[in-house]
Design a protein around this ligand. Structure first.
Ligand code: ADP
Length: 577
């Protein structure tokens, strides 16, 4: 802009100077011409009165008249030219042999009586202004004034004009530059600030005090920048809040555009999709599950409708409820998905329905038996022996129901207990000894030998009743699922900070394919045998939950036909000083 203004101003100045100079030069030239004409006219009118002397001796007359004019301060050349164009007399005292009949002023004079011309004299090699008068049928009188003066004035005029033009241009350039700088500097600042703001520096302002319209513009601009900054910071803080909420969500949140490029995804989404390399800007692809989610989101974009589907990579993998919704009000279409891991919920639902089915079944069996026995007792008069049999059945089934309800209650209490308030420091050896004492009659009845080998220095933190319940169940199983004349060995050893308690039997053993489900509620390896010996199918589940309640775990090693070993690990308490 600055350059343009300077150049255009300089061009205007140059054009102005050229026009002004041309007018002045023409004016000067015109004045000189008028002056020359006047002088030549005067001289020629005098000469016209002396035609007789000129005719007599043109050469002397021309010389004399020239000398006289020179005396009066008028340097003028006088020439007498005969009708044939020969110069018969000339005050220049030069012998002039050239024929002058074709000279423009002579030709004009022959035609009009008077003729003018300006040119470089061919004979004197000097520039002259000529005027010729035709003295009818006698000769031509020609007066000539050298134009050297006029030429010098015009030349000087050119030089002065050129210098003043250069000076003018220089002055114009400097003044225009200063003015333009003053005018454009605030505009430059405005544009710099605008550029900085466009690059994201919203704190940038136009500084400096400007009083004119530019000042008002700068003020308005600063106000606009302030409100933009406030709006942007508000927007940013809201965005941060939103991002914080989205990042902190347990559900995965994911947004993509139509080109399947990720616009946003939170940490949970990365965890759930098991693809930590996923980033904003990269494509949503990588696994079967990701492909299914991408397809659902694309469907939502294309149909402009929210979609909801239960998705999983493979049948046995985690299950996700994916809710994909198109994002409205944007030029480029995009979609947002909320991914919820429903594996646990589904599993719980499945467990609950399995549990209800199992409980119903477990309750129904003894109840059917009880109802049958009652019906039979009511129907006819029975002998003492069958009546006794039915009473025994009633007793056994009622006992089974009682145990079932007891076990279910115990399990529910253990499951719901986050911590046991009745815990205390228990000696592993003493508690195991109590257990063995309690179960010795049962072992005797089944011809099983019970042995205990426990390290007396082991102490754990638990409720004695629960401890009895845990190991009572394991030892009772070891007796129940044993072979006649078999044995059950209970050992307790220290292993670093853990008490390792093993209940080993020489019983029927368990096939490895049952290990995974053995501790599930109502899971039985041999259901009929378990029922026959009064099992509820809840014993090992209680064992597992109790071990977990006290920070321990339970495992099993077994071989069919040879026996099983149940291993319980509980965290040890430090020995008392
Ligand atoms: P139950 O009341 O039927 O004994 P448990 O939960 O205590 O229920 O045991 C689950 C199943 O594990 C039993 O039905 C039995 O088949 C098997 N089991 C448990 N302990 C032993 C063992 N020591 N030896 C062989 N099988 C066992």
């Amino acid at each position: 802009m600055k350059k343009k203004l300077v150049l255009s101003n300089a061009a205007i100045i140059v054009a102005g100077f050229i026009v002004a100079f041309l007018l002045a030069a023409l004016q000067v030239q015109q004045q000189y011409t008028n002056e020359f004409t006047k002088r030549l006219d005067t001289a020629l009118s005098i000469l016209s009165t002396q035609t007789d002397e000129i005719r007599k001796n043109p050469e002397v007359a021309a010389t004399d008249i020239g000398a006289e004019l020179a005396k009066s301060g008028q340097q003028m050349r006088i020439s007498i030219i005969d009708l044939n164009g020969k110069v018969t007399g000339d005050s220049a005292k030069e012998e002039i042999n050239q024929n002058h009949s074709n000279r423009p002023e002579i030709l004009q004079a022959r035609e009009n009586g008077v003729g003018y011309d300006t040119r470089i004299s061919a004979s004197l090699n000097e520039r002259y202004y000529y005027k010729a008068v035709y003295i009818k049928d006698q000769f031509f009188i020609r007066a000539a004034l050298p134009t050297a003066d006029l030429d010098a004035v015009i030349n000087r005029l050119w030089i002065v004009a050129l210098f003043s033009m250069l000076l003018g241009i220089a002055v114009v350039c400097i003044v225009t530059s200063i003015l333009v700088y003053r005018m454009t500097e605030p505009l430059n600042r405005l544009s710099d600030t605008a550029r900085q703001i466009s690059y994201g520096d919203y704190s940038s302002r136009v500084d400096g005090e400007y009083k004119d319209e530019v000042g008002e513009l700068a003020q308005s601009f600063n106000k606009m920048a302030e409100s933009t900054e406030a709006a942007v910071s508000q927007l940013k803080s809201k965005q941060n809040q939103l991002e914080g909420v989205l990042q902190g969500m347990d559900d995965g949140v994911l947004a993509i555009n139509q080109e399947n490029e990720i616009l946003f995804l939170n940490h949970s989404a990365r965890v759930q999709l098991q693809k930590f390399s996923l980033r904003d800007g990269c494509r949503l692809e990588g696994s079967l599950l990701i492909g299914k989610i991408a397809k659902l989101m694309k469907d939502a974009i294309n149909s402009s409708e929210a979609k909801k589907e239960l998705l999983a990579g493979a049948p046995n993998e985690k299950q996700f409820m994916v809710y994909a919704s198109p994002i409205e009000g944007q030029k480029a279409k995009s979609a947002l998905a909320v991914i919820t891991d429903v594996t646990r919920v589904r599993k719980l639902e499945q467990l609950r329905s399995e549990f209800v089915a199992n409980v119903t079944h477990e309750l129904k069996t003894p109840l059917t038996s009880i109802r049958g026995s009652i019906e039979l007792l009511k129907s006819t008069d029975r002998d003492e022996k069958p009546r006794r049999y039915f009473y025994d059945v009633l007793d056994i089934e009622a006992e089974r129901l009682h145990r079932l309800i007891d076990d279910m209650l115990a399990l529910s209490q253990i499951e719901n207990a986050k911590e046991d308030p009745s815990v205390r420091r228990c000696s592993v050896e003493e508690e195991l000894m109590d257990c063995i004492d309690r179960l010795t009659p049962l072992a005797g009845k089944n011809q099983i030998q019970l042995t205990l080998d426990a390290d007396s220095s082991l102490f754990v933190s638990c409720s004695p009743t629960r401890f009895q319940q845990l190991f009572g169940n394991l030892i009772e199983n070891a007796i129940k699922y044993n072979k006649p004349n078999g044995s059950v060995t209970v050992t307790a050893q220290r292993q670093r900070q853990t008490a390792v308690i093993r209940v080993k039997d020489t019983g029927i053993g368990i096939a490895p394919e049952h290990f995974d489900r053995l501790f599930e509620r109502f899971y039985r390896v041999d259901a009929s045998r378990s029922r026959e010996i009064g099992g509820t199918g809840l014993g090992l589940s209680i064992v597992k939950h109790l071990a977990a309640l006290y920070g321990g775990e339970v495992g099993v090693e077994s071989e069919v036909g040879k026996g099983s070993t149940f291993i319980v690990r509980l965290p040890l308490l430090p020995n008392e000083p």
